[in-house]
Ligand binder design. Structure first.
Ligand code: OOG
Ligand code: NI
Length: 297
């Protein structure tokens, strides 16, 4: 196994434990003969959330994946949610793309900034600089260990009132935010986001409907949908328990680019399809963990 495989497997195994919908969707796909094994799923991309403070944020986390051969691609801006994001192209097609976003902490109220800093100030230097990136087990442990003390429920709630993204990261840290089932190579009846959504809802899964259940890029090449994150019981400081949004699952359809429309279906490769992401789609997908969506389920 390559180091990158070790790291990705570690992320996926925690994610499957935390997000029961992952196993349930895989089982429903197997039951309906869409795939015969979980490994048959093509993972379009995975996503992380970070806080834009000294020593952390995108500039820190990305070092791990750049080391494994990922290439930094386009920038996306989310003015209302106060987020920056980039996507990263994998070193080869068997690996998922990566989407990393970061909260522009400086744009929050002084109170919210002070709360965030009261945690992140414990990080005195970029933690990735001290990591042996060729040691997959060490990177896996890093991605799943706390960089700051367990937040109080009060701080979580105060942050959530201003930025649900901030509250999510203070508790969930670098846990995988989602993985993404690539649908366009599945069998007919499941190979569009529209059809896949029907399959999901028939099986009782709840979809994020912010901006509509199907998010479509203006060029119509990238269509996405996502489940609403289930609530997980979180243990805050002083053993206080409270249900908060965990992670979710996304679905993506990348259409063949117009210049390759003439190619026979059997010749279509990843490079013939719409690449990258779309800010307007992403803006709505972020809300899969927001109370406006989780409160509906
Ligand atoms: C990421 C939301 C955006 C996409 O594919 O555009 C996204 C997040 O919720 O952290 O995943
Ligand atoms: Ni995504």
């Amino acid at each position: 196994m390559t180091t990158l495989e070790t790291v990705l497997n570690g992320l996926m195994s925690r994610y499957k434990e935390r997000v029961p919908d992952v196993g349930a969707i895989i089982n429903a796909m197997i039951k309906e003969g869409v795939i015969s094994h979980a490994n048959d799923i093509e993972n379009d991309h995975i996503a992380f959330r970070t806080l834009g403070v000294e020593h952390l944020g995108i500039q820190s986390l990305e070092k791990i994946f750049l080391h494994y051969g990922y290439t930094k691609m386009e920038y996306y801006n989310f003015p209302e949610k106060k987020l920056d994001a980039y996507w990263y192209a994998p070193p080869s097609e068997q690996y998922p793309r990566i989407f990393i976003s970061e909260l522009r902490v400086k744009e929050l109220s002084p109170e919210a900034q002070q709360i965030i800093k009261s945690y992140t100030n414990e990080v005195k230097q970029d933690p990735v600089n001290n990591l042996d990136l060729d040691n997959g087990a060490a990177v896996d442990t890093f991605l799943h260990s706390a960089l700051w003390h367990t937040p109080t429920l009060q701080d979580y709630k105060t942050l959530a009132a201003e930025s649900e993204y901030a509250a999510w990261v203070i508790y969930n840290r670098y846990y995988l935010n989602h993985f993404t089932v690539s649908v366009h190579n599945l069998k007919a009846g499941y190979n569009t986001v529209a059809d896949f959504n029907i399959f999901l809802e028939r099986n009782g899964f709840h979809l994020n409907d912010s901006g509509g259940k199907i998010k479509t890029s203006p060029d119509k090449g990238l269509l996405q949908s996502s489940t609403v994150a289930r609530m997980i019981e979180a243990t805050f400081a002083n053993e206080e328990k409270h249900a908060i949004a965990g992670s979710y699952v996304e679905f993506a359809e990348r259409r063949v680019l117009p210049q390759f429309a003439h190619l026979p279906a059997a010749e279509i490769k990843r490079k013939h399809r719409r690449e990258g992401f779309e800010a307007n789609n992403a803006d709505k997908i972020f809300e899969s963990t927001y109370s406006t969506q989780t409160g509906k389920v």
